[in-house]
Design a protein around this ligand. Sequence first.
Ligand code: PEP
Ligand code: MN
Length: 339
Amino acid sequence: MLIVMKADATDSQVQTVVRIIEELGYRAHPMPGASRTAIGITGNPGAVDPSHFENLPGVSEAVRVSKPYKLVTLDLRSDKTIVQVGDATIGGEELAIIAGPCAIESREQAFTVAEAVRRSGARFFRGGAFKPRTSPYAFQGLGEDGLKILEEIRESYGLKIVTEALDEAGVDLVERYADVIQIGARSMQNFTLLRRVGKSRLPVLLKRGLSATLDEWLLAAEYIMSEGNYQVVLCERGIRTFAQHTRNTLDLSAIPAVRRISHLPVIVDPSHGTGKNYMVTPLARAGVAVGADGLIIEVHDQPDHALCDGAQALTLSQYEGLVNEVRAIHDVIAPAVVT
Ligand code: PEP
Ligand code: MN
């Protein structure tokens, strides 16, 4: 059930609805929008009786939700969510660019890449301190030392830091040093981790799982939101298919499909989505053309020597070229996507 307030409903009328929801033992999720506030209800084991709400002052209607998701949906919030990260945004008018190496390998490597990312005008720096590697013998990341390097980059360049947490203890650490918590494709259905980041004050970048359907991905976002964290960014990063010419198949149809259902911002990762250096820029262009709110791009000063994902890393100059191209595309298509 969701409660739609009238356009002129007062804060105290919204609070009354919230109180009644809580008195029933459920959780209230007020979502203020441009024209009206709607209040989602979660935690109810069965149908909620609309008569609790229908005659309250300020209430326009009590709507039964038949879909599996209650909070990610446009029914609850028809305006797009703009995720605010300090003075930067994801989902607003500006194309969000998140760039950096797959993994933080050393202070020198991270600073060299960060310098180029800053120069490009991007607002976000990415880099893993905790890496989800297929092999237990592969480089696992620098851990907290990597987070300390990321923190220094934030101080030096004013870039917002996006970095992955692999488990709940990792979230505690990432919260101390970073601005956005990344949940990797392999963790998309780690439900205890999703609930933990749902309690965080930091926005969450939620990658699509390697074999996740749209519903499974949106329900993963729903886990986070149901704990009270509404600052979620979806990221299409390619799925496993029979194709052998790429590492993954970048499913760009997911972007308009998400848009049709959800108010959450959605970005594209053409690096993991293709796994191949020469495909990253073409698919980045396509991602922006299809209406993504941003891109996450792997960049390395020496891709041949990268400890992780070197085959898909752009060189600094390739990255600079990509940013110029995608900005030009975004300038042309942005008005069409917004309407
Ligand atoms: C990454 O961003 O480096 C990463 C491991 O991504 P994914 O979870 O999409 O594989
Ligand atoms: Mn990577």
